[in-house]
Design a protein around this ligand. Structure first.
Ligand code: ADP
Length: 394
């Protein structure tokens, strides 16, 4: 099951995007609908609201009089907290029931206007943000949804800013254009990313990155932070620290378009304990890799002790954002080297230039080959330089 969060400012066009995804086969969970459902007549939610705010919040027919409730609940912070303490758990419970009821191969799309405000992004396998300039949103709300301009402005300014929403967006869907212009983009997203992501996740298959250098992307740091936020949710207290490592963590350095992350744990038992949680988060294990190339250390001058260099490797199932997640034990040479190597490259322009040369040579050696042969050629050039770099860093 793949869990997609869909958000955007009020009037951005979330419903439009949700409708297309549902037509393609997504299971839609609409948090606005659930929020109304849990306080419908006859529910424990409505009874709790009446107990807290009085009969005056009911309309003649016994249903919730929303403006009356708003007048009471938004009067002060305490009332607002009371309202949230009643509705949030009920919405959470109902959402959980709908998620549990979905098929194992479902692509769930949760339409959540306040995804950013409620810090829900790291719980999702992927976050889609529908992006439209605020002034355009206000115009559309007034024109098509009959909201007054004053009301639209007040509600939009009470929400997260566009910048805050963009920060959690794995996919930014630009809906500033004409009606319908976004449709093809959503269809392509479904075919090329969501469907293969779900399949990869379900079958435990990390997406493959290409052995090709691309120009340094200033957005890599933010992409890594989004991955790290998800990994923290999956790992909880089992992780001692989670870091963006490797070339994509070095600003300005061209690299393979694969984000490397290191999770530091107490030992390999702790790493193995994360197997299921990481797979659920969209990072299945790569079983073929169980250690780094051993290098000489003070306790092991011949560099023969594989146990010192043991690790677990997971990979993102998202074909739109390949990532490797290395799990290493605190204080092992491999764990420390990953951090020191990154910091060295960040601080030393000559080292960056030298490493880039080596990577270019490795890429050239792998050009025209495929599969294991390409990887052997690539790493055949890179690993010896890496081993020497380890000596220099010591
Ligand atoms: P949300 O669900 O994000 O609050 P809606 O999907 O209801 O937003 O969109 C707000 C209004 O703008 C709707 O009336 C919708 O039909 C309209 N709309 C959506 N996309 C466009 C677009 N590209 N151009 C003009 N109007 C649009």
């Amino acid at each position: 099951m793949l869990r997609i969060g869909l958000t955007g400012g009020m009037g951005a066009g979330k419903s439009t995007v949700a409708r297309i995804l549902a037509e393609r086969g997504a299971v839609l969970i609409d948090s606005d609908v659930i929020a109304r459902e849990v306080v419908a007549p006859g529910t424990e939610g409505l009874a709790a609201l009446v107990a807290a705010f009085g009969d005056d919040i009911l309309a003649e027919d016994g249903s919730l009089d929303r403006p009356a409730l708003a007048a009471r609940a938004f009067a002060d912070d305490e009332s607002r907290a009371t309202l949230n303490s009643i509705t949030h758990p009920l919405v959470g419970k109902r959402t959980g029931e709908l998620i549990s009821a979905a098929a194992p191969d479902a692509i769930l799309v949760q339409d959540i206007p306040l995804l950013v405000e409620n810090g829900l992004a790291p719980l999702m396998n992927l976050v889609l943000v529908v992006d439209v300039e605020a002034e355009t949103r206000i115009r559309r709300l007034v024109e098509f949804r009959g909201v007054s301009e004053i009301d639209a402005r007040a509600r939009i300014s009470a929400q997260a800013t566009d910048e805050q929403r963009r920060a959690v967006a794995d996919v930014l869907l630009d809906n500033n254009g004409a009606p319908g212009a976004i449709d093809a983009v959503v269809h392509r997203l479904w075919d090329e990313r969501l469907v293969p992501f779900e399949q990869n996740k379900r079958t435990g298959s990390p997406a493959k990155g290409e052995l090709r250098l691309v120009p340094a992307d200033p957005d890599w740091a933010a992409q890594a932070q989004r991955i790290i936020a998800r990994l923290w949710v999956a790992c909880g207290a089992a992780a001692q620290r989670i870091d963006h490592i490797g070339s994509t963590a070095v600003p300005g350095l061209d690299a393979k378009d694969v984000i490397d992350i290191q999770i530091t744990v107490a030992d390999m038992a702790a790493a193995d304990g994360l197997l299921t949680a990481l797979a659920e988060a969209g990072f299945p294990r790569k079983d073929d890799v169980t250690d780094d190339n051993p290098k000489p250390t003070e306790g092991d001058p011949a560099g023969a002790d594989h146990a010192l260099w043991t690790k677990r490797l997971h990979g993102s199932a998202d074909p739109g954002r390949p990532a490797n997640v290395h799990i290493r034990a605190e204080g092992t040479p491999g764990q420390r080297f990953a951090l020191e190597f990154r910091d060295w490259l960040r601080s030393d322009a000559a080292a960056r230039a030298e490493y880039l040369e080596v990577k270019r040579e490795a890429e050239a050696k792998a050009a025209g080959l495929s599969g294991a042969a390409a990887a052997d050629a690539y790493y055949g050039v890179k690993e010896p330089w890496f081993d020497a770099a380890y000596e220099r860093l010591r």
